[in-house]
Design a protein around this ligand. Structure first.
Ligand SMILES: [Zn+2]
Length: 264
């Protein structure tokens, strides 16, 4: 799904501009998307996920904000993984603006509304990829910043043991409800291209998770004794460099099945 779409920095919706960090890799896809959010006419920007610590990237983010005639008033982190949050402290120093999320600043309440220079945002607690994952709704653009809960290419990983499959499935349901009501039409992911058909994407995610779970259940029934053995059967088609991630996802699925009493 969208795997051939080229992706890079630039404006994406009326209020959201991407600054792509040059840290591409098997887990970060094209690199980390740092998002600059700004209400038209305002001079107070929100930056989401300044990324892993790279001074040059941070300078590019600041130059982008400056080019929009604004300064950074608030920085948000979708979760604590280093590829999103490592630079949070340094970016806070550079901007003098507060940082929230992933243990920085006040914890979010689910559904918390933020208003920054006329820009309205809603923070949703969306654990599963990690315990601390949030998503940020940008209602005026009918967009949602999904962090790593939904990615621009392929599918997401449940980063066991911090991540948890039951929580992730609830998160996908929650996200799907927002697309079903039409509140959210576009996903702005933490990695990879913008997803303009959010409802289809989240449905695909839910189907994919159910399919994988069925495959894992079958592999265990056929005698696979541990996560590695399950990966060798179920994820045979995915590149070996992502097998460690697949193993985490399998471990999360084994835990989920065990909790359901579905595993010997
Ligand atoms: Zn990430």
């Amino acid at each position: 799904m969208s795997s051939d779409v080229p992706w890079g920095s630039g404006p994406v919706t009326v209020r959201a501009t991407c600054v792509l960090e040059p840290n591409a890799g098997p887990m970060t896809l094209d690199g980390t998307n740092t998002w600059v959010l700004l209400e038209p006419g305002s001079d107070r920007a929100v930056v989401v996920d300044p990324g892993e610590l790279d001074e040059e990237h941070l300078r590019r983010v600041l130059a982008t904000v400056d080019g929009l005639g604004a300064r950074v008033a608030l920085t948000l982190l979708t979760h604590g993984h280093l590829d999103h949050a490592e630079s949070a402290g340094r970016f806070g120093e550079l901007t003098g603006a507060p940082v929230r999320g992933a243990g920085h600043g006040d914890a979010f309440a689910d559904g918390e509304h933020l208003v920054v220079g006329g820009l309205e945002l809603e923070v949703l607690l969306t654990p599963g990829h990690t315990r601390d994952s949030i998503s940020v709704v940008l209602p005026a653009d009918r967009a949602m910043l999904t962090g790593d809960s939904v990615l621009g290419r392929g599918t997401s990983v449940v980063a066991w043991p911090d991540g948890e499959l039951a929580a992730y499935l609830r998160t996908l349901e929650l996200i799907e409800r927002r697309t079903a009501t039409g509140e959210v039409a576009t996903f702005l992911p933490g990695h990879g291209p913008v997803l303009p058909e959010a409802a289809d994407v989240v449905q695909h995610y839910r189907e994919h998770r159910a399919e994988r779970l069925e495959q894992v259940r079958a592999a265990v029934a056929a005698g696979a004794v541990d996560a590695r053995a399950v990966v060798e059967q179920v994820y045979a088609a995915v590149p070996r460099e992502v097998w460690p991630a697949a193993e985490m996802s399998v471990q999360a699925q084994l835990d989920y099945l065990a909790a359901q009493g579905d595993r010997p």
